[in-house]
Write a protein that binds this ligand. Structure first.
Ligand SMILES: Nc1ncnc2c1ncn2[C@@H]1O[C@H](COP(=O)(O)OP(=O)(O)OP(=O)(O)O)[C@@H](O)[C@H]1O
Ligand SMILES: [Mg+2]
Length: 451
């Protein structure tokens, strides 16, 4: 059994063989110093792929879809894939696309050991270039290597491959939207549309028509019939963000859609059959919302066929340097600035900070730091840490006693601009609007351009 360490990717020559390979070739690989693990396609997991530098994958026209799903879901690992095929299989455009999209190389069977050894050696060398040991999703941009995060990714790729509704639960800024994309990308629907709707930001009088569409004349201003988001996502995936904010009326229609797979456009009577997969996300405890009678229990059970929880950043702080490095690279490139590094003091502080805004807050602080830093080092002050944050955050300290004050101050400082104000306190726009509604605050009163 391969040991669980991603250092293997750079060091020991570990190989995963998926599917049959003639015993003499396998023996030859072992004799050449390869640590070989053989698995069937259905036995392979993301975690397994983290442990090998090279994967030999037997691809046939029959299981090409399964192979694609596997390679998609394992795109978070460093493993370099070499496809093993019969020559005739290259006639199949799906096989060619798979090799082209995911594989480092391919070999036509029967492959002699003398031919395979240089190919796997080269693939191993290329995998080693990916060090330091970071795990990156080539598909959805989810970064992380903490065991809790890897377990979450593995759960996500498992449910992603199944055609079921998924409920994502995570605090603000943990990456729910990225996770929903990942689920879509892992699925057989990957090439079909993916739409994302924030249920909290839909105007109450428009929710029904936005989600389910409308017929001509359904309401004043409905000059034409229009498809809603569910119809638009036919064949693909619809991501319903902040599902806890969905109106009672829309919940009823959504339940019918999940039960029957049909919708009725607003103002219409015809049942339209739609095949859209629903991935929903929430940061609130829906069980509590059910007790509060603001969320339907029957809908909850339909949505959470599979539930996946995203770990907050404070529970995977060992990922912080990796994420910070990624955001420094991203924003230095975006703004044409030289790459800078975190000061020791900044890193120390960040490793004890509870990150209420999670990865989004980290991203925003790094972005701010890169812009503000005078030299080549990001200090705590550059990133907006005032000194009182250790062990708590501006928003968290004030939560309960001063959440409203924090919102009012950020709006006042930013002239009513919700984007800037949300960024200032380290929450997403969606969360910011939710908090405004909770406290009954209107940003209009802070806009200087209004008399
Ligand atoms: N694991 C991660 N790796 C890289 N970037 C991440 C990761 N998680 C989140 N991000 C980044 O953090 C930001 C917030 O992510 P996202 O919008 O998916 O979070 P969210 O949970 O939907 O937040 P909210 O509840 O506030 O809407 C995005 O810019 C995203 O790219
Ligand atoms: Mg979101």
């Amino acid at each position: 059994m391969l040991k669980e360490t991603s250092a293997r990717v750079c060091g020991a020559r570990s190989m995963l063989i998926i599917g049959e390979l003639v015993p003499s070739v396998t023996d030859g690989l072992v004799q050449a110093g390869w640590q070989v693990l053989r698995k069937k396609l259905e036995e392979v997991s993301v975690a397994l792929c983290q442990q090998a530098s090279v994967g030999l994958l037997r691809v046939t026209s029959v299981d090409v879809v399964e192979c694609r799903r596997l390679l998609l879901s394992c795109s978070t690992s460093h493993i370099r894939w070499i496809a093993l095929l019969d020559g005739a299989e290259l006639e199949d455009s799906r096989v060619r696309a798979l090799v082209n999209d995911f594989c480092f190389d391919y070999c036509v069977l029967p492959v002699p050991l003398a031919h395979l050894l240089p190919a796997v050696g080269h693939a191993h060398g290329m995998a080693g270039l990916c060090c330091p040991e970071r795990v990156r999703s080539g598909v959805s941009g989810l970064l992380g290597e903490h065991p809790a995060f890897l377990a979450f990714l593995e759960d996500l790729s498992r449910v992603g491959m199944m055609n079921v509704s998924v409920l994502l639960h995570g605090e603000t800024g943990t990456g729910k939207e990225l996770a929903a994309r990942f689920v879509h990308d892992c699925s057989a629907r990957a090439k079909a549309p993916f739409f994302s709707v924030n249920c909290g930001s839909l105007a109450p009088n428009l929710v029904q028509s936005e989600l389910f569409g409308n017929e001509k004349g359904a309401f004043t201003g409905a000059h034409d019939k229009r498809a809603g988001y569910i119809e638009a996502a036919d064949g693909g995936t619809l991501f319903l963000d902040e599902i806890g904010d969905m109106s009672a009326e829309a919940q009823v229609s959504m339940l019918r859609f999940l039960q029957e797979g049909t919708i009725i456009r607003l103002g219409g009577s015809k049942h339209l059959k739609i095949d859209a997969r629903i991935v929903a996300a929430t940061h609130v405890d829906l069980a509590q919302s059910i007790r509060d009678r603001t969320f339907r229990e029957d809908l909850y059970h339909r949505l959470r066929v599979c539930q996946v929880c995203i770990p907050p950043l404070r529970e995977r702080l060992s990922d912080l340097p990796l994420l910070a490095g990624h955001f420094i690279e991203k924003y230095a490139c975006k703004f044409g600035l030289p790459e800078k590094r975190l000061s020791k003091e900044a890193l120390g502080l960040m490793l004890t900070y509870p990150w209420p805004g999670n990865v989004r807050e980290l991203e925003n602080r790094i972005c701010q730091g890169l812009i503000m830093a005078r030299g080549c080092v990001l200090t705590p002050a550059d990133m907006g840490f005032g000194g009182a944050e250790q062990g708590s955050s501006p928003l968290q300290v004030q939560r309960g006693t001063g959440e409203k004050t924090s919102l009012l101050q950020s709006l006042a400082i930013n002239g009513g601009d919700c984007n800037l104000a949300a960024r200032e306190i380290g929450v997403s726009r969606a969360t910011f609007y939710r908090l405004l509604a909770k406290h009954g605050i209107s940003p209009r009163q802070f806009r200087k351009d209004l008399s």
